[in-house]
Design a binder for this molecule. Structure first.
Ligand code: FPP
Length: 226
């Protein structure tokens, strides 16, 4: 969800104004995705590298999940949306952690779309942690090296609970940057990519439809032939 800062600048407003507009757009796009029948919508809300930003901005970004869940849970319930939050959650401020846990608990029995926030998430740290956990099991004699498979590695990543939807079909990045920024490096191996210059607060149903239409015209071969 890139471009909140540039969107704010274009409107001659502080960066926080852009993040707030970004949060409001999360509500809009969640409702659209859920109605479209998307199974999992994963949103990159805060990376393990975003702590490098000024304290005021970090504090504001950590407040956003609180505002979001305090105002949006009834709508999520109405849409049958289940919330999941993945990342290094023990490093989140206490209030942010409490509200995310509450949102997950309140929506746990919903059976519709999974709204999956990547919060304090970084793919390299995720993979490092998976490798450490596998190495620990090997050292303890619980696992043989020939039991380390693609599936075993996937099962140790933060997306494991998403099951068959752990690897995204489509990645959308807004605001013109053409890079992954440490997002789902393992899981995106065969995903389709869609880049748009539109800043996240302006990403609307129109752009979402364009992304899905583009996806529908892709020929996915997964390294094979058709
Ligand atoms: C990137 O734009 C955006 C972020 C680092 C924060 C994204 C967060 C939201 C959209 C709100 C999250 C909402 C919830 C409910 C958790 P940027 O700041 O890097 O923009 P710039 O590159 O234009 O400066």
């Amino acid at each position: 969800m890139d471009g909140n800062g540039r969107w704010a600048k274009a409107h001659h407003r502080p960066r926080a104004f852009g993040h707030k507009a970004g949060m409001n757009n999360v509500k809009t796009i969640t409702k659209i995705a859920s109605k479209l029948g998307v199974k999992v919508l994963t949103l990159y809300a805060f990376s393990t590298e975003n702590w490098r930003r000024p304290t005021d901005e970090v504090n504001y970004l950590m407040q956003l999940p609180i505002d979001f869940f305090n105002t949006f849970i009834p709508e999520l319930m109405a849409q049958n949306v289940k919330v999941n939050v993945m990342g290094f959650l023990d490093q989140l401020p206490e209030k942010t952690l409490a509200v995310t846990k509450k949102a997950m608990a309140e929506t746990a029995n919903n059976t519709g779309m999974i709204l999956n926030f990547a919060l304090n998430y970084g793919s390299r740290a995720e993979i490092t942690s998976a490798v450490q956990s596998i190495a620990t099991d090997v050292a303890a004699g619980k696992l043989a090296t020939n039991q380390i498979t693609d599936d075993l590695i996937s099962a140790r990543l933060m997306t494991a609970s998403l099951g068959e939807f752990a690897d995204p079909d489509l990645l959308i990045r807004t605001s013109g940057e053409l890079r992954l920024s440490n997002f789902l490096l393992w899981q995106l191996a065969y995903s389709e990519f869609f880049f748009t210059d539109v800043h996240w607060p302006d990403f609307s149903e129109k752009e979402f439809d364009q992304a899905i239409d583009s996806y529908n015209h892709r020929d996915r071969r997964f390294g094979g032939l058709k």
